[in-house]
Write a protein that binds this ligand. Sequence first.
Ligand code: FAD
Length: 475
Amino acid sequence: MEQIEIVTNNEERRKINKTVLHSLDEKLRGELFMPDSDGSYEKARTVWNGLIHKKPGVIVQCRGAVDVIEAVNFARQEDIKLSVRGGGHNVAGLAVSDGGMVIDLSGMRGVHVDPIRRTARAEGGALLGDLDHETQAFGLSAPIGVVSETGIAGLTLHGGYGWLSRKFGMTIDNLLSADVVTADGNLLRASADENPDLFWALKGGGGNFGVVTSFEYRLHPVGPDVWFSAPMYPLEKADEAMRFFRDYMSSAPEELGCIAVFWSVPPVPEIPANLHGIPVVIFLGCYTGPFEEGEKVLKPLREFDTPIADLSAPMKFKEVQKALDADYPDGRLYYWKSLYMTELTDDAIRAVASIAAERPSPITSVDLWYLKGAASRVGIEETPFASRDATYLFALESNWDDPAESEKNIAWSRKVFNDMKQFSTGSSYLNFPGFAEDRETLVKSAYGRNYERLRQIKAKYDPGNLFHGNFNIKL
Ligand code: FAD
């Protein structure tokens, strides 16, 4: 009888008869792939980060909540290690594992908007662009991230920052309910009124509590016409630029989301070719307040000095959300880490400027997200997400194409991370986690005093720790 090798919850390898897997396949509306399936398996095991090459034992591509229930029950009964794939964009590749079962939601991308109630319900495999496409048709938006190909699930379950978070809060602050398949195979609704403990835990507690088959978000009127900000200044101006950014953002309207990005002039046709590749700092942002105010709000950012180039322009919000997509293609090599900062001291400014000058890859960026606004007015215990008092998120996005350069880029990123710790709170954003090394420390510092409550809720909904291929809350 034909068998395949799988990995159990205790990381042991064992064989399972294919006929047993076929019995699961027969119950599905979606599809089931094993390593000897045709090219579909290869495609389904591939995630966004080209550094990740995991070979799962079985991939269940679900079409709806019932497929998810069947897969969860099967993994529990057969003792197979589980991971869950939303958009597959987690930089550490947590959506897949060697030898385990992947519950793959990439076939579940439906979005339904209620323009009267200003809500949207999106399936767990939806991408940000799916949500924007449906909501912007009504001039509405949910506060999500800034690259349209990212999955809503991982983004939401670990927080969610974007152009709208200063005005409307993080993605979790706009979550109204979620449908979740828990470890016992039940489908539960979690909201302020139903299973409120589970609902609280999902607002930042990650994939620990079950498979979220759909998320319901509060929507806000946004655009459709907004102002995109992208003036680029030479790196020699880095210190002054950061001091200006620190001062300007502290009183800028909350409708302005902005990141100081240290990068290289992108090779786009709008910019003369002789400027491509020059190291710059970009005030990358989006103003979503009254359209006629936009030019005035962006003026100081655009006139801080003489820009090398300036891509600022009025745009459709939906286009702003896609403006960075081309810079993050599938399969490129990525290693991203982050640290929260409560202030940007002059010493920290000097450190960031010298890091920016030493980037080993021209497509690597060093980013300072300005966070203050609605997201920071949410109490630390209102959601599991503990870093509410941070003013900045220092995010290091190491990006490169040549595998021979991997060791050098990863070593440099780890050194930068260690050097920057002294200017930070010591906590990281779980959505920019490197390879999730030192995972227990990472997780405990991300949740701070909320960790214990998360542990209790985990014990209630997943006492066997079936969902542990993630930022695990240990029982
Ligand atoms: P996946 O890799 O599919 O999953 C990530 C984790 O979530 C895994 O542990 C998985 O098990 C769990 N999970 C996924 N789906 C489910 C589900 N349905 N139910 C339960 N658990 C689930 N973050 C921001 O906040 N703002 C940004 O602007 C932003 N921009 C980004 C741009 C790019 C190009 C990339 C790659 C990432 C960006 N991020 C941003 C980070 C992003 O939020 C994370 O990478 C996030 O994990 C992506 O979610 P995903 O569904 O694609 O992840």
